[in-house]
Design a protein around this ligand. Structure first.
Ligand code: AMP
Ligand code: GLY
Length: 419
């Protein structure tokens, strides 16, 4: 079987790497790919006609969509009359990630545990039970301990976590400056606790979970500084035990699956649960409808089962009985970024160290220039290592990081150390 992976980040490198290990797979193309992926095809992720023409020409049987934007834009619907299988939800299902208000309404409708919220925006699917309220009143009711979220896809930049009424009002102004005064948004209760990423494969009825992982979104050690696309991850997460798993399944995953069925989404893909484990139990912060980045760079190495077989099981009704197997130990990913990221940074900088073994080094923002690998993005490399337990994996990973260097390279030194 030939497979096309859509996207160009570390996540897509890891997906292609894992698919290539399958006996079911003859060739993995990556569209458009990066400096670390092989069989790259220069077709943009939003060029659905180009993707279809390529897949027909090359006899590609399966398209694995990495990022959220093509899913929200309806790539699954575009292929609806084609025999080519596209892994991901249709545009209706992708609204679970594409619209935060849609997602909160869905959570409320199906009884998924989540933070209290107020929505602002005139939408057909408006669901707030509360009487109309002004944003300032909502902020005051929550005493400024709130989170303001732009409704649409914002690559992680539309979320403001606030501590005080003054800060929340200033953040609201910033949201209006960025997205316009008519922007749809929501204001929700700020929760406290440990975050956890749970990723599930689903066929729209059944699901199978990957190992739990944790992302590190802030730029600096100690979870300080601005939000980024992710500075590192590890899996599994020590505090995730059978009790917590059962609670998450009962209060979050099962009601979500009931909702997906009831809404009739065409959903053969990934559903990602971004959770906060509060003193009052697990609460869902967000859905994603694709694999998380950088979580993928640790959860796929930890998966022993054949990824291509798992994806096919999501299409042929056998997911429920699929044998999920995992490698023992812990995987840690440290992301090497360009100095200046997430603001402006230099590109085209030569990367040293790639002559060493590249086992579990997933490229993100790299490209080949005159046969040499140079930086091409904010997040440049994901350096992943394995250990018998978390401390050993952290040590192995930071040892491996020392192999690499480029001008203004930056990384967090405390991945996995969160207490
Ligand atoms: P989201 O895109 O909704 O996952 O939000 C991005 C990040 O903002 C999350 O990973 C959390 O760190 C933080 N966040 C979102 N919602 C809340 C909340 N209700 N309480 C506390 N932090 C939150
Ligand atoms: N790691 C979170 C995300 O992929 O959005």
């Amino acid at each position: 079987m030939k497979i096309a992976v859509i996207g160009s980040g570390g996540r897509e490198h890891a997906i292609a790497w894992k698919l290539e290990q399958s006996d079911l797979v003859d060739r993995v193309f990556v569209l458009p790919g990066n400096g670390g992926t092989t069989h790259n095809v220069p077709i943009r992720v939003d060029d659905f006609s180009g993707i279809r023409a390529f897949c027909q020409k090359e006899d590609v049987a399966l398209v694995f969509v990495g990022p959220e934007v093509p899913l929200a834009d309806g790539i699954v619907d575009f292929f609806a009359d084609s025999p080519i299988k596209v892994f991901g939800p249709d545009a209706a299902g992708a609204q679970l990630e594409g619209s935060k208000i849609f997602a909160k309404c869905f959570m409320q409708k199906y009884g998924v545990a989540t933070a209290e919220f107020y929505e602002f925006g005139i939408r057909e699917q408006s669901c707030c039970m509360e009487l109309p309220i002004q944003p300032r009143e909502a902020i005051e009711k929550l005493q400024g301990r709130c989170v303001i979220k732009y409704d649409g896809l914002a690559a992680g930049k539309g979320v403001f976590v606030c501590n005080s009424v003054e800060q929340a009002l200033a953040d609201l102004d910033e949201l209006f400056d960025t997205y316009g005064s008519e922007a749809h948004f929501l204001i929700e209760e700020r929760l406290e606790g440990d975050e956890l990423s749970i990723l599930a494969f689903t066929d729209g009825h059944d699901y199978q979970l990957l190992l739990p992982s944790q992302d590190h979104k802030q730029l600096l050690d100690g979870d300080e500084g601005p939000n980024t696309g992710g500075m590192g991850a590890f899996c599994p997460v020590p505090f995730y035990d059978d009790n917590l798993k059962t609670q998450i399944e009962k209060e979050v995953i099962e009601p979500t699956m009931r909702g997906i069925k009831a809404e009739g989404f065409n959903f053969h893909g990934i559903i990602y649960f971004g959770l906060m484990i509060t003193s009052g139990g697990p609460k869902l912060l967000e859905y994603n409808v694709r694999l998380g980045d950088p979580e993928t760079e640790v959860v796929l190495p930890a998966l022993k089962s054949d990824l291509a077989a798992l994806v096919l099981a999501c299409f042929d009704g056998t997911l429920d009985a699929f044998p999920m197997e995992f490698h023992p130990g812990t995987f840690v990913d440290v992301v090497l970024v360009s100095g200046g990221y997430p603001k402006a940074y230099k590109k085209g900088v030569p990367i040293c160290g790639l002559e060493h073994s590249q086992e579990l080094v997933f490229h993100a923002g790299t490209t080949l220039q005159d046969g040499k690998l140079v930086t091409a993005g904010g997040r440049v490399l994901n350096v992943v290592a394995h250990g018998d337990h978390l401390e050993a994996a952290i040590k192995a990973c930071y040892n491996k990081v020392k192999q690499f260097s480029f001008e203004n390279m930056f990384y967090r030194t405390d991945i996995g150390h969160r207490k």
